[in-house]
Design a protein around this ligand. Structure first.
Ligand SMILES: [Zn+2]
Length: 240
């Protein structure tokens, strides 16, 4: 039996009449599949403890293919996360992305803390999409896929007049090299700074950043970078 396992519910799916199958991101063991029997029974008291994005402490019995929920305690319901549809959409995209890139059963200490911070920050942020884009970049970074920003990824030129961002090269291209990737996208200085800031600030620091009026539309480039790097379709993701 694993006692007092701290975790965050990523997904909660109905199973037969009264059960649920959960994906739980645990602090110590990474993502685990958990069978929760009897959740939907009246008076089980378990329904709210198996909702997505809830911080929990579980007792888990290991089975052959998954774990069985024995006891559950709520650390935080994170109710503000459910306050708007657009926020929920962001959460689902972020969560599906994590489930796509992380194998089950492998401890992910740092990414667990990052995801937890993401959920806490995004619920009080006025522009949650910014936190989402920063989260994507920081997960990518942790997995070894940081976009190359300090010089042209093709020729190493550091004095760039007009740059583009290339998914194929995984970073910026200078005006001489942009022809090497016709699909590369124009990247303004403001967008460049925003990407740089997303990578080099903590999510908590980003909420207190002041220049929120100068939002750029850099999100599209970041999502394309993530899609290319991890071979996923981020837009269809919410529907799956
Ligand atoms: Zn170049």
């Amino acid at each position: 039996m694993l006692k007092d396992v701290e975790g965050i519910v990523l997904r909660s799916m109905k199973y037969r009449e009264t059960g649920r199958i959960l994906k739980v991101f645990t602090k110590e063991y990474g993502i685990l599949s958990v069978m929760a029997h009897g959740v939907e029974k009246k008076n089980s008291g378990l329904a709210s403890r198996t909702e997505p994005f809830v911080f929990v402490r579980y007792d888990l019995n290991p089975g052959r293919n998954l774990y069985y929920l024995q006891g559950a305690e709520i650390l935080s319901m994170n109710l503000p996360l459910r306050k708007s549809y657009s926020l929920l959409l962001i959460l689902h995209r972020a969560t599906r992305f994590l489930m796509h890139v992380l194998p089950e059963g492998e401890p992910q200490g740092k990414l667990y803390e990052l995801y937890k911070e993401f959920l806490m920050v995004v619920q009080r942020e006025k522009y949650p999409a910014r936190i989402f884009y920063a989260f994507l970049l920081q997960v990518a970074e942790e997995l070894g896929y940081r976009p190359m920003l300090h010089s042209c990824t093709s020729c190493g030129n550091r004095k760039i007049q007009a740059m583009t961002f290339s998914m194929q090269y995984g970073g910026i291209l200078c005006e001489r090299c942009r022809i090497k990737d016709v699909y590369s996208l124009n990247l303004s200085k403001e967008q460049y700074i925003e990407i740089y800031t997303f990578i080099h600030s903590t999510l908590t620091e980003l909420t207190s950043a002041e220049k929120k009026e100068n939002l750029t539309d850099v999100g599209e480039i970041i999502v394309k970078f993530i899609e290319h790097t991890f071979q996923i379709d981020m837009n269809n993701y919410a529907k799956k």
